[in-house]
Design a protein around this ligand. Structure first.
Ligand SMILES: [Zn+2]
Length: 425
């Protein structure tokens, strides 16, 4: 198995952190190149102007430098110090302005005077700078030289896709967004966890096929869906990964289709983890579940997060940095996905071949307990034998029993070995 060591997921975040990403451009390409060093992804380029459902792929954005200089020629707001200083997708600007004019294009957070906010202007041509509120308050009434050395041109939208064929063409979809510049929880935690999940899957034999997509939020998901509409029916389970590195408890947002198996599976994983968690109903706001669960697509896709978007003060600011995410929380999130995959891969239905009264397990050497002191695995065998009537799968039975799913995998192996059950689907 390709299990990451305790800091591997975090270390990959450190590597990706300095890159200035956006919904298009070289930052995304550089990010995908680094992912490709770990897992074999295919990198796709879709031309600006391509129609994707009701949307159009925008122009590609390139940024080389940006600054505001005071009258002494000092770079008092400097893109080279933090890529959050420039409003993402800003059009090029090169002029001298008064403080009053400059202030119309400045963004800060008065409640968090040391943090730089993250702002974008993807679909409206505009420009601006983000700065700490302290910086803003120290600006003097003078003439400023401003320059944003950027370019918007007919180029491409870039995304990455990892596909691993299993025994069946039925698929598990994992999706994560890759369009945020230097912020760690949103979105590097999702990128790094998804990459390491891919690495784990490469190291084992899988029943299901797996597809992991690394896409710019919204427009990337819409593009991917528009380009892959004919193979969506293979997707049986899906998870959007975001915000997986903070100290908060897990939040699973259910798929729009309430009865989707992924909802029951992740709930069971969270119960078995004995960690604190919340299950939330689907809402048409948040990450790319908005597209995957739009009514005409309606895929069985839920979203796994720790603290949800907009519910922590560091969200979309420079404080979502390398100190805000921790290896232990990232590893815990990774483990939740691994446990989810483990259920998906092992949740079959069986039929009890000795349904009239209990088969005698003792004479087969697989039941040694004295009454009142039953072992967990023996209990699991009794549950499986009783409910393997063709109506219940292993997940149903394990949920009913209150025992962990893991023990059911072991119990099934024993029962199959002794020809007491048969797999039906
Ligand atoms: Zn975000």
């Amino acid at each position: 198995m390709n299990s990451p060591n305790s800091t591997q997921i975090y270390n990959f975040i450190e590597k990706l952190y300095p890159i200035c990403r956006s919904i298009t451009g070289d930052g995304v390409r550089e990010t995908l190149k680094l992912i490709h060093e770990i897992i074999p992804i295919t990198i796709k380029e879709i031309t600006s102007g391509t129609e994707v459902f009701d949307w159009t792929i925008p122009k590609e954005w390139k940024i080389r430098d940006a600054f505001v200089k005071n009258s002494k020629g000092e770079r008092i707001i400097d893109f080279q110090k933090s890529n959050l200083h420039v409003v993402n997708y800003s059009i090029p600007v090169n002029k001298k302005v008064t403080l009053k004019e400059l202030k119309k294009h400045l963004y800060s957070i008065p409640d968090q005077p040391d943090w730089i906010p993250y702002r974008t202007s993807y679909y409206k041509e505009d420009w601006g700078f983000c700065l700490t509120h302290n910086q803003l308050q120290n600006l003097e009434d003078e003439i400023y030289e401003i320059k944003i050395d950027s370019e918007l041109f007919d180029g491409n939208l870039t995304y990455g896709e990892f596909y691993l064929e299993g025994e069946t063409t039925d698929e598990v979809l994992i999706s994560t967004h890759i369009c945020h510049p230097s912020m760690c929880n949103d979105n590097l935690s999702g990128i790094s966890v998804a990459t390491h999940i891919g690495k784990y899957l490469l190291g084992k034999k899988n029943h299901f096929s797996y597809r992991i997509i690394f896409i710019p939020a919204t427009i990337g998901a819409i593009t991917w869906l528009a380009q892959n509409e004919n193979c969506l029916e293979n997707i049986k389970f899906g998870i959007v990964l975001a915000l997986l590195g903070d100290a908060g408890k897990f939040n699973y947002k259910k798929s729009r289709n309430d009865s989707a198996a992924i909802n029951k599976i992740i709930e069971k994983v969270l119960i078995d983890s004995q960690l604190d968690y919340n299950i939330r109903e689907f809402t048409p706001y948040g990450y790319d579940e908005r597209q995957f669960c739009s009514p005409g697509i309606n895929l069985p896709v839920g979203t796994l997060m720790r603290t949800p978007n907009k519910e922590f003060p560091e969200y979309h600011t420079s404080a979502d940095n390398l100190d805000f995410v921790k290896p232990e929380y990232l590893n815990q999130s990774y483990q939740i996905i691994i446990d989810t995959i483990n259920i998906i891969e092992n949740n079959f239905s069986y039929i009890n071949l000795f349904p009239k009264c209990e088969p005698q397990l003792g004479k087969r050497g697989i039941y040694n307990s004295v009454a009142g002191d039953i072992k967990e695995i023996e209990l699991a065998m009794l549950w499986i034998l009783n409910y393997s009537d063709g109506e219940h799968d292993l997940l149903d039975i394990s949920k009913r029993s209150g025992l962990k799913f893991d023990i059911f995998i072991k119990a099934v192996k024993l029962l199959l070995k002794h020809n007491l059950i048969r797999k039906i689907k």
